[in-house]
Write a protein that binds this ligand. Structure first.
Ligand code: GLC
Length: 552
């Protein structure tokens, strides 16, 4: 145990089981130094807002030194803060101040790949083929008579092949390196002790500064099949998969668990995994990670049968191993919920930058996003709120091409616009850009649209019918009702396109996904709803919370 770490907020053990975690996309949250980019100072200045909102923890997207080719998910040095965002001292101060508000801090850690600017990748390039420095990454000769073809058929998540050929120190075209994401993000080879040791020290560096855990980027893709076999040509999902859920991944997280356990308090790991709860379960049995994002819930179309199925499957798979569910409706990789739910229900495989098909009904999207929020916050487990979600912020679908920053845009040959539309800086006040995000007159790093005066924090605080008011009320109620947070649910009988469940003691949530009003539950008192209700009824595309005498 290390006695000298800054004090952790004391909310009891396993706080992460029902925590409300607010995702800060740091570059777009709040600009503290007036350069058009969000930063640590900006987060510090908004701690009172976050405390008022009622969140338990902040997940902060990567703040490390980085050329920012993929929003900081391309890290040059894990123990330095990017000057864009501040310094390690600023981060340490933020952690302590957030703790004083009872808010925990969970930075992102990116173990699957580094930036091409990382010193170990530069050393690997400089050392040439066969050198031990190349062992920390995946360098392979190409296929074809002259090595002119990539070593295998893996595609990059952002488009094109997952391999880039390098120019060797002698000036010749040589080996290829693997990058399952952008070419600026070479994959690390976790079969080397050196990579393990470096990350162990990186984790300790931040635990020593008081962080409460980490969000693990691409957590199931860290370990690779050392043979790097081709993927099936027919596009089917192989079992085992060469770069997802490899057995060696579990060994990594067992070691990481042991590192977290060296520290006092309850430090947590939340995994970014796009798999089902059943596939996530082997990581969540207590000896490795605590929670994993439930993206199947985010991917689900907004109809009762799909939502009910994903909720039941999740709870069943996780209850069996004693792990909590982790509900997510939005993050920086996806179109905002308001825009997704504005589209007709359709199958979506979660491809970043997906825009869907069919007519767009923005009013319906906004209504459904609020209903989804009340549904999420009533379910057993913990929940994530992506910055701006509490404001009902729309997706910006018309960012000029010249302003797009997501590597997806270039790497897909300018066929996929990518994820910038959900990463636009937050509007805090005023009626014109930069809406209090930066000092007046400044242009923000991604342009903000006209018309966001209606979505500013300042405006929504005044407007009692706002999305922000609903979130604040929901979080306050959630804290005070014993039925909410950890626990179980029982589905209630309801019409086919209505979700209704009970949580004990004395709480009922009803989500009306039909086109008609439905009757409110008998003998219960309405506590909160996502839109105005006709007396005794629940309107279409609305969620409502009820209690009986025992619920309060
Ligand atoms: C995760 C991040 C995403 C990033 C990718 C590569 O999916 O959420 O933003 O592009 O990993 O690091």
């Amino acid at each position: 145990m290390k006695p000298d770490t800054p004090e952790q907020p004391n909310q009891g053990a396993e706080w992460w089981r029902d925590a409300i975690v607010y995702q800060v996309y740091i570059r777009s949250f709040a600009d503290g130094n007036g350069d058009g980019n969000g930063d640590i100072e900006g987060i510090r200045s908004r701690l009172p807002y976050l405390a008022d909102l009622g969140v338990d923890a902040l997940w902060i997207t990567p703040w490390y030194l980085s050329p920012q080719s993929d929003g900081g998910y391309d890290v040059t040095d894990y123990r330095q803060i990017d000057p864009l965002y501040g310094t390690v001292d600023d981060a340490t101060r933020l952690i302590a101040e957030a703790h004083a508000y009872g808010i925990r801090i969970i930075p992102d850690i990116v173990p699957k790949h580094t930036s091409i600017d990382h010193e170990s990748f530069r050393a690997a390039l400089a050392a040439g083929p066969g050198a031990p420095e190349r062992e920390r990454y995946f360098f392979r000769p190409g296929r074809g008579s002259d090595g002119e073809l990539p070593p295998n058929n893996w595609p990059s998540m952002f488009g094109g092949p997952a391999w880039t050929r390098v120019v060797e120190p002698d000036g010749s075209l040589g080996e290829w390196y693997l990058h399952v994401h952008a070419a600026s993000q070479p994959d690390l080879n976790w079969a080397t002790a050196d990579v393990h040791d470096r990350f162990a020290e990186d984790l300790r560096f931040w635990f020593d500064r008081g962080v409460d855990g980490f969000r693990i980027d691409v957590a199931r893709g860290v370990a690779k099949d050392p043979e790097l076999p081709d993927l099936p040509a027919d596009g089917s999902y192989p079992q085992p998969h060469p770069f997802n859920d490899q057995p060696a991944g579990h060994d990594i997280y067992r070691l990481w668990r042991a590192i977290a356990d060296e520290y006092p308090g309850d430090r947590t790991y939340v995994a970014e995994m796009w798999s089902s709860a059943a596939e996530q379960a082997p990581y969540l049995r207590g000896d490795q990670l605590d929670t994993a994002f439930n993206f199947r819930f985010l991917f689900s179309s907004f109809d009762a049968a799909s939502l009910r199925a994903v909720i039941s499957d999740t709870l069943e798979a996780l209850e069996a191993i004693g792990a909590p569910a982790t509900w997510v409706t939005s993050n920086h990789d996806f179109m905002r919920a308001t825009a997704r739910y504005a589209r007709p229900p359709q199958t979506w495989d979660g491809e970043p930058g997906w825009v869907g098909e069919g007519p767009v009904d923005s009013e319906q999207g906004a209504r459904r996003a609020r209903a989804a929020a009340l549904l999420t916050l009533a379910l057993p487990g913990s929940a994530y709120i992506y910055q701006g979600e509490e404001l009902g912020l729309p997706e910006v679908e018309d960012i000029p091409e010249a302003d797009l920053r997501d590597p997806t845009w270039e790497q897909s040959g300018r066929t996929r616009r990518g994820r910038d539309g959900s990463r636009v800086p937050i509007p805090w006040s005023g009626t014109t850009p930069p809406y209090g995000f930066s000092p007046d007159g400044l242009t923000t790093w991604l342009p903000q649209p006209a018309g966001w005066g209606l979505y500013t924090v300042e405006h929504e605080i005044e407007d009692t019918s706002s999305s922000l008011h609903m979130y604040r009320s929901a979080l306050r109620i959630r804290r005070s009702l014993p039925a909410l947070g950890v626990g179980t649910l029982q589905w209630l009988e309801s019409p086919a396109d209505v979700l209704a469940f009970r949580r004990e003691p004395g709480f009922v949530c009803v989500v009306n996904l039909s086109g008609e009003n439905v009757a409110a539950p008998d003998g219960m008192q309405l506590l909160l709803s996502s839109a105005e209700q006709p007396a005794g009824h629940i309107a279409p595309n609305t969620a409502a919370w009820f209690v009986d005498g025992r619920g309060e």
